[in-house]
Design a protein around this ligand. Structure first.
Ligand SMILES: O=P(O)(O)OC[C@H]1O[C@](O)(CO)[C@@H](O)[C@@H]1O
Length: 553
């Protein structure tokens, strides 16, 4: 088949999406009784159901044609081969090397033409992490007071917080070896919520920062170091410090013993780093064996992504569904609805993974993008979401595609609660699809005894438009392996979207300006400071803040 140019593939897809009735999902079911069978896939012990989207055979072919025209699979193989696919930072992207079995042979190609043996570095770090984790759990490594460590606090932000926090929340259970806590916000109220629950004599402190320069993390690290030092003294304090970083010089200057520094390379992006040393809090909190199961799950999804043909490749299919919704239908919001409270931090993790990767307006080549890119990601666990924002998804002016994640078997004995949870998750997706028309609403209100006048008055408010798209992921259970799989699924979805939209999904230049401006504002907030040259709004706000702080009376 002669290759189609990307522009032609885009034009073909957009024409299909603009057909009359292109969003009439219900009619697709009525026209094709086998729609569910044709539009759901099973791989890696999970089921992906796209039948409640408006993607039909023609649209799927056009989407797969776009994937071929943009070279998604070849780009995937280049990433796996250690090519520098993060082109603006001139780096390889090798989070797959982090969860590969020992001796996997991943190589990272360096800008100077050299090659790093990525797998050898990963294997060495994993071995050091395992030794440390098992020694802490066995009480061979003890605190400055001679006690065992019971709590571990991870000080980090962004990818040095969100991924580990999400995974620990999903994996931790009553029998887990330690209690993992997460301190991220520069706002010390975050620390004040945690501190009263901690005993310095039994708390291990992980300072998680790839650069070891992030202002919020270093400010919190200094506060917690001082808290330790008050009780343990300087030498004692140092026995409680661990650093997870690529910046060994800065960790030494901070006072972290050299044998307590666990590193990783610049080919690990922050939002893809929970599988690396950044994930040490997961291993300490939830157990080394479960951490390895988490990595094994991600590896299983890697193998699927690297081997499955495009038409059965779950990450690619999820990515193409997003292209259909964002670019075909102009729906640039996306709800993540995990119907499992252990996944309550999953939407927050995906916000960084997707929006920091795909919130781009310039192509890899530096030209303005031709098509919309990253959608706004938000979400809450079900059933909470139903009592929060689902009204808008059902009856708002613009449809919002939603991903439902349902888990067949819980890890608790409350079967009645679980059936209620699943019934609600399934019902929400069905309600979005089928809606409820005037005739049905009129009959229901009449049967309920409403007067004809009330029926007509309330009718418009109680109609559900329906034909609102959703995707469903079914998992048999949520254990570390399944968690690793679903997180890696979304990582690879993001990769595919980066290629489809021709953006660099691995840099994040957009976070720099705010950091720079905060550095210039900071001295203006000191008691001896003065309001500087800003727009009138910022200047006015600084002035009022200083007045309320009693600084400029
Ligand atoms: O791990 P570091 O270097 O402290 O960076 C923290 C986070 O800040 C960012 O650089 C910007 O949000 C993220 O990409 C990263 O995960």
């Amino acid at each position: 088949m002669t290759p189609v140019a990307p522009d032609a593939a885009w034009n073909r897809l957009l024409a299909l999406a603009q057909r009359p009735g292109a969003t009439a999902i219900r009619s697709l079911f009525s026209r094709d009784a086998a729609r569910f069978e044709k539009f759901h896939w099973q791989a890696c012990d999970m089921l992906l159901d796209l039948s409640k989207t408006a993607i039909d055979d023609a649209a799927m072919q056009a989407l797969l044609g776009l994937a071929e025209a943009t070279g998604v699979m070849a780009a995937r193989d280049a990433m796996a081969a250690g090519e520098r696919v993060n082109n603006t930072e001139d780096r390889a992207v090798l989070h797959m090397a982090l969860r590969a079995p020992p001796g996997a042979g991943f190589k990272a190609r360096r800008a100077d033409g050299g090659v790093d043996d990525a797998s050898a570095d990963v294997d060495a770090t994993m071995a050091a992490m395992e030794r440390f984790t098992r020694a802490v759990h066995a009480g061979e490594i003890r605190s400055a007071t001679g006690e065992t460590f019971t709590d571990v606090i991870n000080i980090g932000i962004g990818g040095s917080d969100l991924g580990p926090f999400m995974a620990s929340r999903a994996m931790w259970h009553e029998g887990s070896p330690m209690r993992p806590l997460y301190l991220a916000n520069a706002d010390a109220h975050n620390w004040e919520l945690i501190r009263p629950r901690l005993n310095p004599g039994r708390t291990l402190v992980l300072i998680a920062s790839k650069t070891f320069t992030t202002a919020e993390t270093m400010a919190n690290a200094r506060v917690v170091r001082g808290w330790l030092e008050q009780t343990l003294g300087t030498e004692g304090m140092r026995q409680h410090l661990v650093a997870l970083s690529t910046n060994h010089k800065a960790t030494a200057e901070f006072g972290v013993p050299s044998d307590r520094v666990f590193g990783f390379h610049d080919w690990v992006g922050g939002r893809f780093s929970l599988w690396s040393a950044i994930g040490l809090s997961i291993a300490l909190g939830c157990g080394w064996d479960d951490f390895i199961r988490l990595l094994a799950g991600a590896r299983a999804m890697d193998e699927h992504f690297l081997s499955a043909p495009p038409a059965a490749n779950l990450p690619l299919l999820l990515a193409l569904t997003t292209v259909w919704h964002v670019n075909g239908l102009g729906l640039d919001n996306h709800a993540i609805l995990p119907y499992d409270h252990r996944l309550s931090r999953f939407p927050a993790h995906l916000q960084q993974l997707e929006m920091e990767s795909l919130g781009k307006r310039v192509t890899k080549g530096g030209l303005p993008v031709k098509h919309l890119t990253g959608p706004v990601i938000f979400g809450e666990p079900g059933t909470n979401a139903q009592h929060s924002f689902m009204q808008l998804l059902h009856q708002g002016t613009t449809p919002v595609p939603a991903d439902f994640v349902l888990i067949a078997n819980p890890s608790h004995p409350y079967a009645g609660n679980h059936r209620l949870l699943l019934a609600n998750g399934l019902a929400q997706a069905e309600a979005l699809l089928r809606g409820r028309g005037e005739d049905e609403v009129r009959a229901e209100m009449t049967a309920a005894g409403k007067s004809a006048e009330d029926v007509e008055r309330l009718l418009p408010h109680r109609v559900f438009p329906g034909d609102r798209p959703s995707t469903t992921l079914l998992l048999p259970r949520l254990d570390p392996q399944m968690l690793g799989q679903i997180v890696a699924l979304y990582e690879h979805k993001v990769f595919c979207l980066g290629v489809l939209w021709d953006v660099d999904a691995f840099d994040q230049w957009g976070v720099e300006l705010g950091k720079q401006l905060s550095t210039s504002i900071l001295p203006e907030l000191l008691p001896e400071g003065r309001v500087g040259a800003h727009d009138p709004s910022t200047a006015g706000l600084i002035g009022q803040l200083r007045a309320w702080q009693g600084l400029d009376n």
